[in-house]
Design a protein around this ligand. Structure first.
Ligand SMILES: O=C(O)c1ccc[n+]([C@@H]2O[C@H](COP(=O)([O-])O)[C@@H](O)[C@H]2O)c1
Ligand SMILES: Cc1cc2nc[nH]c2cc1C
Length: 357
């Protein structure tokens, strides 16, 4: 399977739509800028959707699940069997993202890319099984070329399905025991950072567990030190669900579909995607700052200002789902507020405007 499609261009966000949306925001009955990030995100969505009145009513959420060979190093507070068990829980409606998707009226797609405790063919799960588990990247690249290409393609298929279904926003989520180790290792490679700076507690390691996890990551980075290209760093240090996320983000951007990024693992995938294809960056919106150590550095590297900071560290796309109502409110304000002229409200005084920020 060939991965040349990764480099195909992404359309540019529409500058004329952004200008029109900014001009409209300046006429709405509020001091200019007073709705802060809600204004900015409405302008960004207008540019991405090429629409004077952007909307995020039709939301598509894909949760990608995969297991990690590095789990055998004892880097998670939970056993590997949980990945497959949670796939079943997503599908049967009991997981956090199941509830959030229902509340939002969003489409929830669950994609099993390979779980050691495989739930098999079950309703509500798309099987895109690459292998039961990645290789332990302390010993070998996480994925072979063929596995990597298949995982990227599985993610792209989700973004294309979202586009075909008329989604206005693509949200990627993930589930994979030990994937904060993979995401931190990938982040260290992409940012040339030390493991201690980007390694966190994941599902709940204690301080000694975090020190051990950082040492595991240091071993992996030493083994794969010659990999300097983002594509190769993602193949060697990522995971099936992380590669699928990167593939989904790239394909969504190429298809002109806005993306809302979730937490630590998804942001590592987003940084890899943006390094592989820089045109991706303009299609990304950022939902929240995860509690996981290392997320802030990833957000900084992407020059991202997320909407929420709620101390979440679940994954599954839960932080992104929590931000969707804010995006909807931003669009409703943009489309529904009266202008100064329509409401007969006086604008800022001419001499005061000169001093306004
Ligand atoms: O999204 C996040 O910011 C996030 C932060 C910490 C943990 N997680 C979730 O926890 C799992 C990985 O944690 P761990 O400790 O097994 O590496 C995985 O299923 C993620 O969805 C997710
Ligand atoms: C129960 C559980 C649910 C999760 N959802 C995402 N990561 C998770 C990790 C665990 C352990």
């Amino acid at each position: 399977m060939n991965t040349d499609w990764l480099a195909a261009p992404c359309p540019s966000p529409d500058a004329a739509s952004a200008d029109a949306a900014r001009a409209r925001q300046a006429q709405l009955t509020k001091p200019p800028g007073s709705l802060g990030a809600l204004e900015e995100v409405a302008v960004q969505l207008a540019a991405l959707q090429r629409a004077p009145r952007p909307a995020v009513e039709r939301v598509w959420i894909s949760v990608f699940a995969g297991d990690h060979g590095v789990a055998e190093e004892g880097v998670s507070a939970f056993p590997q069997a949980v990945t497959g068990e949670m796939v079943r829980n997503f599908a049967s409606g009991g997981a956090a993202i199941s509830v959030l998707a229902r509340e939002l009226g969003a489409t929830l797609e669950v994609v099993n890319l390979g779980t050691v405790n495989d739930p098999g063919e079950i309703p509500g799960v798309r099987r895109a099984v690459v292998a039961p588990c990645t290789a332990n990247f302390c010993r070998a690249p996480a994925m072979t070329e063929a596995q990597f290409a298949a995982a990227l393609e599985a993610g792209a298929a989700s973004a294309r399905a979202a586009r075909a279904a008329g989604a206005q926003l693509f949200v990627g989520g993930e589930m994979g025991i030990a994937n904060t180790t993979a995401a931190a290792a990938l982040a260290c490679a992409l940012l040339d950072a030390a493991p201690a700076a980007l390694t966190g507690a994941g599902t709940g390691l204690d301080a000694a567990g975090v020190v051990h996890k950082a040492a595991v990551i240091a071993r992996a980075l030493a083994l794969h030190a010659e990999a300097r290209e983002p594509r190769e760093q993602l193949r060697r240090l990522g995971g099936f669900e992380i590669a699928a996320l990167a593939g989904a983000y790239i394909a969504a951007a190429q298809a002109g579909l806005p993306v809302l990024v979730d937490g630590f693992i998804t942001t590592a995938a987003a940084l890899a995607a943006a390094r592989i294809n820089p045109g991706v960056r303009g299609w990304l919106l950022f939902a929240h700052r995860s509690h996981e150590r290392g997320h802030a550095a990833l957000l900084r590297a992407l020059d991202a200002a997320p909407l929420l900071d709620l101390g979440l560290r679940l994954g599954e796309a839960s932080g992104a789902a929590a931000a969707v109502p804010l995006l909807r409110l931003a669009c409703a304000l943009h489309g529904g507020m009266a202008t100064f002229a329509q409401a007969g409200v006086s604008g800022a005084a001419d001499d005061a405007r000169g001093h306004a920020a």
